[in-house]
Design a protein around this ligand. Structure first.
Ligand code: LLP
Length: 421
């Protein structure tokens, strides 16, 4: 459920008309709903009720500080994958003991930053990383709390570019080698083992792969405990999918996902961590864009809009589907016609939808992309020297720009021309 509904014929974000925001900030822009973010967090929290747990928001999905603070103030921890994300989490007021550090390529500098600033745990993804972390921690006279991310070799049944739990993927340590790696870690003075981590992919629409992976983690927990390790925390990753195509998709609910956790690892006496990104932020955001031209091609019609692949790359990168709706509610009797919805960037891949059934939207009118709150703004770029678009946060009848659109001057002055050019 989200809080983007038509009211008096105009799409609203909570109590604010999209047209009002557009008049203030211009298009294109992203808009996020505080009520939706809050609701999604609470739904997850409820799903894990009765189990000692921490929801560590995978902030790569949307790392605007205002979004992080909204979730952090509700009690969320953060899953970070870079020094920059760590600094953002801190800037949003999230304490180090609620920050977990994931990623296959953590550098010594990033380890140092997190060790000195405070960290709940590192999710270690390889033996060389374990060695490096041990060295860095010892050089600082500190001890790094770790889980080892295991690769359970489970097919997540999602888009190949976002599946992470098969043995051919670069992520984690093959689960068969895990006992050896734990044995090695236990001997290191700079390392303290706290648990196990697993993450098998993103936009999963079936609970079965989670169940398979968590059962493997269960077996490993028992083996490692028998080996003498104090396994007290399980980080079960993120990945639960959202309904992008409202008309025909219904991914499992967090409550059912919570039940899988309960059934597979709920009785091990471990603290449970999960790292959802998309499910918290995805349906809490819209991308709003204006139609520049209706163009009639040879047997094909195009809606050319002012947002492009640099603003939302998911359709170009993963053939992802986003619902696109007019901001002014179409009349009940209005028909719809197939049209290609495209951006102004000079690439054929700058196509958001092909032959999509849409009611007529005239030049100058607006459309909204649903489910754009996750992996939208964070994956944007300035390709074609298009300024990064503003982000707006709504709460009830209030709204605020939480990242402003840079001017052309601001963009250009970031480059420097050496005197010898
Ligand atoms: N934990 C780890 C270690 C991850 O790598 C990810 C996502 C998550 C948690 C959060 O997964 P989520 O709950 O959001 O599915 N850009 C792609 C998605 C990439 C996901 C990368 N890792 C997209 O737009 O679909």
């Amino acid at each position: 459920m989200d809080h983007f509904l038509y009211r008096d014929g105009v799409l609203h974000a909570e109590d604010v008309a999209i047209t009002e925001i557009a008049a203030k900030v211009g298009t294109p822009f992203y808009v996020y709903s505080t009520a939706t973010l809050t609701r999604h967090f609470q739904v997850f929290d409820d799903a894990l009720k009765g189990m000692d747990h921490l929801i560590c928001y995978a902030m790569k999905a949307n790392s605007n500080i205002a979004v992080l603070k909204t979730l952090g103030d509700l009690g969320a921890g953060m899953d970070v994958v870079s020094g920059g994300e760590y600094m953002r989490a801190k800037a949003a007021g999230v304490p180090g003991d609620r920050i977990v550090f994931s990623g296959v390529g953590k550098t010594a500098d990033e380890m140092k930053l997190a060790l000195t600033g405070g960290i709940r745990q590192f999710n270690v993804e390889s033996e060389p990383e374990l060695d490096r972390l041990n060295e860095v921690a010892m050089s600082l006279g500190l001890v790094a709390p770790i889980t080892v991310r295991v690769n359970p070799d489970v097919d997540a049944k999602t888009h190949a570019k976002i599946a992470t739990g098969k043995s051919e993927n670069k992520f984690g340590i093959p689960i068969r080698q895990a006992r050896d790696v734990y044995a090695k870690a236990a001997k290191m003075d700079g390392i303290e083992i706290v648990g196990i981590d697993v993450h098998i992919g993103s936009q999963l629409t079936d609970l079965e792969p989670f169940r398979q992976a968590y059962l493997k983690v269960r077996d490993l927990t028992e083996q490692l405990r028998a080996d003498g390790h104090n396994i007290r925390r399980l980080d079960l990753g993120g990945g639960l999918g959202i309904p992008y195509e409202r008309s025909n998709s219904a991914p499992p609910l967090p409550v059912d996902y919570g039940q899988v956790i309960r059934e597979t690892v709920g009785d091990l006496g471990c603290e449970i961590e999960i790292e959802p990104g998309r499910l918290l932020a995805g349906n809490a955001g819209l991308l709003v864009s204006s139609v520049i031209y209706n163009k009639n091609g040879d047997g094909r019609d195009f809606l050319i809009i002012d947002a492009a692949m640099n603003d939302l790359i998911r359709p170009a990168m993963y053939e992802a589907y986003h619902d696109i709706i007019p901001v002014i509610e179409p009349a009940v009797a209005a028909g719809s016609n197939p049209i290609d919805i495209v951006g102004p960037v000079c690439e054929t891949g700058d196509t958001f939808a092909k032959q999509r059934d849409m009611p007529a939207v005239a030049d100058g009118e607006m459309v909204a992309f649903r489910s754009a709150g996750a992996y939208g703004a964070v994956m944007s770029s300035e390709y074609n020297t298009r300024p990064m678009i503003p982000e707006v946060l709504v709460k009830g009848d209030q709204f605020a720009v939480i990242r402003a659109r840079p001017s052309f001057e601001e963009m250009i002055k970031r480059d420097t021309v050496p005197e010898w050019v």
